[in-house]
Write a protein that binds this ligand. Structure first.
Ligand code: ADP
Ligand code: MG
Length: 193
């Protein structure tokens, strides 16, 4: 399944000089960069990106509560309220400086990209992933400090989200298709495919 996905290297990734390191991981995996731009998003754009959707916000809150429970901190806070607070924190976080927005294309690009990035919470992200190797933070610490967890990256989680997010960040003219060696390796009969 050839897919496109939206990836954002958040302001902490730009500020820490990690663009080359992060881009290299996607390139080495064989994903094709078909769109790329440095942009300083407004809070409004980030608010559209993390749409004010009750189901999504509740899901974010439920994952925060599950994480707290795992660490022995039970809470009876409404998951929707937590998700709404995280959304407001993200609007601030992603608009504090320039971000690098990317469109990646490839076989199963959406899930492959999420695998390369790793789990949302840096504390439990697998070693070998971008978040596991390159970030240090935790949901509960972020919560105490009333900020979004610093985890370097965003990537779309499923096809409908990818389509909506790509349209939000890129015009059709800003997305380019071209051939790479990976196209040959995977799909060209002359290369044994
Ligand atoms: P992902 O970015 O892995 O798709 P989500 O969509 O659940 O994760 O959340 C969006 C972003 O919100 C995360 O990348 C992270 O920066 C922030 N975030 C999510 N949950 C929390 C939390 N419990 N505390 C602080 N920040 C959070
Ligand atoms: Mg998400």
């Amino acid at each position: 399944m050839i897919e496109k996905t939206l990836v954002i290297i958040k302001p902490d990734g730009v500020q820490r000089g990690l663009l080359g390191e992060i881009l290299g991981r996607f390139e080495r995996a064989g994903l094709k960069i078909v769109g790329m731009k440095l942009a300083w998003p407004s809070e409004e754009l980030v608010g559209q990106h993390y749409a004010d959707d009750d189901d999504y916000n509740r899901g974010v809150g439920e994952r925060a509560l599950a994480n707290a429970k795992e660490h022995g901190t039970e809470s009876s806070e409404d998951p929707l309220a937590i998700g709404q607070r995280v959304r407001a924190a993200n609007m601030k976080y992603l608009s504090t400086g320039p971000v690098l927005a990317l469109v990646l294309k490839g076989n199963t690009a959406i899930q492959t990209t999420r695998n390369i990035i790793g789990g949302t919470n840096p504390l439990s992200a697998d070693i070998g992933t971008i978040r596991g190797d390159l970030s240090v933070d935790d949901f509960s610490q972020a919560d105490i400090e009333k900020r979004a967890v610093r985890n370097l990256m965003h990537a779309s989680s499923e096809p409908a989200e990818a389509e909506r997010e790509i349209a939000l960040w890129f015009t059709a003219e800003e997305i380019h298709d071209y051939q790479t060696v990976m196209d040959k390796v995977l799909h060209d009969p002359a290369w044994g495919a």
